[in-house]
Write a protein that binds this ligand. Sequence first.
Ligand code: AMP
Length: 410
Amino acid sequence: MSEVDHLLSKKVADRYLKREVLGEGTYGVVYKAIDTKTGQTVAIKKIRLGKQKEGVNFTALREIKLLKELKDSNIIELIDAFPHKGNLHLVFEFMETDLEAVIRDRNIVLSPADIKSYLQMTLKGLAFCHKKWVLHRDMKPNNLLIGPRGQLKLADFGLARIFGSPDRRFTHQVFARWYRAPELLFGAKAYGPAVDVWAAACIFAELLLRRPFLQGNSDIDQLGKIFAAFGTPKLSQWPDMQYLPDYVEYQYVPGQPLRQLFPMASDDALDLLSKMFMYDPKARISALQALEHRYFSSGPPPTEPALLPRPPPKRDSLNSKVSDFNQREGPIVLSPPRKSRRVMPHREGIDGHTYQVDKVDDHVDEIKPAAGERSEHVPMSLDFSVFGARPPSRPTINRAKQVLVESSNM
Ligand code: AMP
């Protein structure tokens, strides 16, 4: 970093008065801070830029680039970004709490109208991402932040990736396991927005049940939990499943009636849930279609965000995640794994017949802008011209590395 750049970044850093630590994510600490220029409270995510070859840098770049293009009332706003002392600082609007804290707070009663409101905001944020050809890829309640007026916003795009042509290859090791779609659990490398809809369905279920719905303790167990709930999928239901890289045949078990799983839900809620939980990703409802489902037009209307019940603005982590349903064993795996290289016998499997999927990361780090989207210039402390005024159609890892070298020289 040159002397001038150093002074510049210090000047920007001086703008923010650091307060307490809000939490720690995978890639760094998040601080509460005051923007002395505007008086606004902000959250600053500090990401180490030190080691050029580590994933953290790519994650940071992804997050900046994606957020820069995603401006919506249900998406967290990236206010500023600047390098300082070998770290990249991302300045976000400050959010008081998150959906996980709402769901876990036993003092909060969630009415059907409240659940509808939280789900609607989630799907609106998602539909916006998908319209811009962006997958979130890490949808879970603690990534759905809640602002001071009750607005829910999708956050933490660290794993998100822009998707393009159907043959794109992605890593399937995305999403917290409990929110992972069956196609990802069977190792799909090319997947689409349906993976986010599955996760949103898990969040919908969690709002209804007030606990995580499908709590697998391995990828195989996760599929077992899914099949125990909805029945082992038949080929007629999901013809392409047999071609997925990690497909293994499971013992057939019938599904349980949704009404039994969600006794308090309305018929409309159950109908929407069943469409969001379709096994075949091609048949799964889209976020936009879900918003048009009669669940949202039939009574009761969704609660106004400002009137939604929320926990006091502190960010405690609460536990108690085990449920009766999740203690039950799922169906067993019948067929041997297709690729022994990737699916290894698991000694401590539930019945001696289970297999553990080896974690494989493809390290595909391509970023593609939304088709036909213009990249507007957002004034920020970090010079985004390094990404190109209009992002190239498919920047590659090498391009990203080059960007990193440039930005770290600041
Ligand atoms: P993350 O790296 O996004 O997982 O964030 C780590 C923690 O920081 C989260 O669990 C939140 O508690 C907190 N956090 C992240 N972003 C914000 C924000 N915009 N406002 C307030 N707290 C945040």
